[in-house]
Design a protein around this ligand. Structure first.
Ligand code: ADP
Length: 397
């Protein structure tokens, strides 16, 4: 008997889904409903007989979810309550209310809604997706898995901003972190790959995708992470600035008259690699740098410099580091970033072997030389499998 979980990631204009076999870890099907709310919606379903794409208007999430059902009915595999163990929903913001997965009921839905001010683009969209999925799959248990949950073990010294405490409390301002499902999966997969118990290892996970974050994991528990109240803080990202002096906002508002919405857009959508050199995709940045583009060369150095700073910071916070694990689109594929980010750290026992590092990695791979004090790994992330596992465990499968 297989344990099948349908994992759903519902955004404001899209529903991504993957049917995961928890035992084998293999996806049985996956797909995306895009441009929900627009006239030119599109559905792409990958099933046992290949990839199918159709264009059709998808007015809302309810209809989007019906379309997902019809894709399974038409192209397979069979998807009904008798086959499905659970539905696992990704939710970005669980605030301080969730430190693990939860079975969806009215109370949980109300809590997710109450956290919307902390994730105005995400939590309302997740709620729409969960409600639509509950209508479509009424007989199956629904589980929510939060991006923030893994970081609920951060100690107060790590999650507290040095802000006037009454203001922070009144507005729930603290570090929540993000990418928690990936950091959890990768820190465990690294331990498993090395044949160690996760409780024996101190690991720094570098999740480098379009969004990017670093986490210090002590014995399986997140103790420090680079994203903050929102996923803007920390590393340089595709379009997000990451860390900067908060007074930059005050300065730009006072001297250039930018509004709050303009500043939000500058920091989240027009900064990072895009802002520095005009490219968001690391492949394009590398290509431009190879062609001698000065902006791209500087952007790469800024990107590496920031990561190296976090590695040093987390080394000091952990006191001892066993493993550094790279993951996500850039971490798994870009050898230049991996080498650049850890350059010059040999005194800390951190080295990258150029031959081992070369190329993309689709399996856990050691990229440090034999005998290095810190084992540097590439570990492909699998957030869908982690969500599916947590959902199956919660419903007792
Ligand atoms: P998301 O945060 O959207 O989930 P991913 O983890 O899928 O992002 O990472 C996507 C990014 O990975 C791309 O924008 C690109 O910068 C980078 N990437 C993917 N493949 C490569 C590659 N071969 N070399 C360098 N960068 C790559």
């Amino acid at each position: 008997m297989t344990t099948l979980v349908l994992v759903i990631n519902s955004g404001s204009s899209s529903i991504k889904y993957q049917l995961v076999d928890v035992e084998s870890g293999n996806p049985q099907a996956s797909g995306i409903v895009e441009r929900i709310g627009a006239q030119d919606g599109r559905v792409t379903h990958k099933g046992p007989d290949g990839k199918h794409s159709v264009e059709l208007p998808v007015p809302d999430h309810e209809i989007g979810m019906q379309i997902v059902l019809s894709q399974f009915a038409e192209h397979g595999p069979v998807l009904d309550a008798a086959h499905l163990t659970a539905i696992g929903h990704r939710v970005v913001q669980g605030g301080s209310l969730f430190d693990g997965p939860a079975l969806v009921d009215d109370d949980v839905l109300a809590k997710i809604k109450s956290l919307s001010p902390l994730a105005p683009l995400h939590n309302p969209a997740h709620l729409q997706g969960i409600l639509a999925a509950k209508h479509a799959f009424g007989a199956v248990p629904h589980v929510v898995v939060f991006d923030t949950a893994f970081h609920q073990t951060l100690p107060p010294a790590a999650y507290t901003y040095a802000l006037e405490k009454e203001i922070a409390k009144a507005h729930s301002v603290r570090r929540y972190g993000a990418h928690g499902t990936s950091h959890l999966y990768v820190s465990r997969a690294a331990a498993e790959f090395l044949g160690k118990d996760v409780t024996e290892l101190n690991t720094i996970v570098l999740h480098l995708g379009n969004g990017a974050s670093a986490t210090a994991v002590r014995g399986g528990r997140s103790v420090e992470t680079s994203m903050g109240l929102t996923p803007l803080e920390g590393l340089v990202m595709g379009t997000r600035s990451g860390d900067l002096d908060p007074a930059v906002l005050v300065h730009l508002s006072r001297t250039a008259g930018y509004s709050i919405d303009q500043l939000d857009s500058i920091l989240n959508r027009r900064s990072g690699m895009l802002g520095l050199c005009g490219h968001t995709d690391m492949r394009d940045v590398n290509e431009a740098a190879d062609a001698g583009d000065e902006d791209a060369l500087l952007a790469l150095e800024v990107y590496y410099h920031r990561i190296r700073g976090y590695v040093g910071n987390y080394y000091a916070q952990l006191g001892h580091v066993d493993v550094i694990a790279f993951t996500a689109g850039i971490g798994e594929n870009d050898d230049r970033t991996r080498a650049g980010a850890l350059r010059g750290l040999a005194e800390l026992g951190i080295e990258v072997d150029p031959e081992r590092n070369a190329g993309s990695k689709s399996e856990p791979t050691v990229i440090s030389p034999d005998g290095a004090r810190v084992t540097v790994l590439v570990v492909p992330t699998n957030e869908e499998l982690e969500i599916a596992r947590q959902a199956a465990t919660l419903v007792g499968a």
